[in-house]
Design a protein around this ligand. Structure first.
Ligand code: AMP
Length: 193
């Protein structure tokens, strides 16, 4: 049975980079709602048209839309597949719906990986990424509002998963390789790979 994990951390903490490294190493699917949404926007789909302005403002797109998107993907992957969710859930409502689905299928998460990075470093990384990739939501105003949205909507999920004893706090500072090694220590201890 594949490893099922999720990356929980503020924007700029390295969820995407580290999620991909972990998934390549374990040969499992990396499901990033941000990436899926950016693809919808680029392709001008109905989801994309609904999400574009919201994403550009650094707000969250409606729960029902992301929940439908993620559940579709999970259904396609089949019951035994391993995966890492990155950027989902981001609200308590999303987390509860995901938990209910997991309970119904008898398949809960193995681990929630929380990357710990302080705010100054998050802002520095996001500004740098904005310069390199041109992501339109990586400007200082939008970065600040995304961090605020994180504190308000997503931070409560830390307690939600901590209460279930599956939250692992990992130091997210240092080089990409250093952080990847810390994550691997945690995951290999849980999954026995
Ligand atoms: P990310 O690449 O994870 O930083 O996501 C980029 C943007 O996509 C976010 O700022 C939100 O506007 C939107 N988004 C991604 N995942 C979610 C989610 N789970 N719930 C709501 N909005 C999301």
């Amino acid at each position: 049975m594949g490893f099922r994990g999720l990356m929980l951390a503020p924007p700029g903490a390295g969820k995407g980079t580290q999620g991909k490294i972990l998934c390549d190493r374990m040969e499992i699917a990396h499901l990033s709602t941000g990436e899926i949404l950016r693809r919808h926007v680029a392709n001008g789909t109905e989801y994309g048209q609904r999400a574009e302005a919201i994403m550009a403002a650094g707000e969250l797109v409606p729960d029902d839309m992301v929940i439908a998107m993620v559940f579709e993907r999970l259904d396609e992957m089949g019951a035994e597949a391993g995966f890492v969710l990155d950027g989902f859930p981001r609200t308590l409502n999303q987390a509860e719906r995901l938990y209910e689905r997991g309970l119904a299928l008898g398949r809960l998460f193995d681990a929630v990986l929380y990357l710990d990075v302080d705010d100054d470093e998050l802002v520095r990384r996001l500004l740098e990424r904005g310069q390199q990739s041109g992501r339109s939501d990586d400007t200082i105003e939008i970065i600040n509002s995304r961090l605020e949205v994180y504190r308000r909507e997503t931070e409560p999920l830390e307690a939600f998963y901590d209460n279930r004893r599956i939250l692992h706090r990992i130091n997210g500072t240092g080089t990409v390789d250093e952080v990847a090694a810390r994550i691997w220590n945690v995951v290999s201890a849980i999954h026995g790979d």
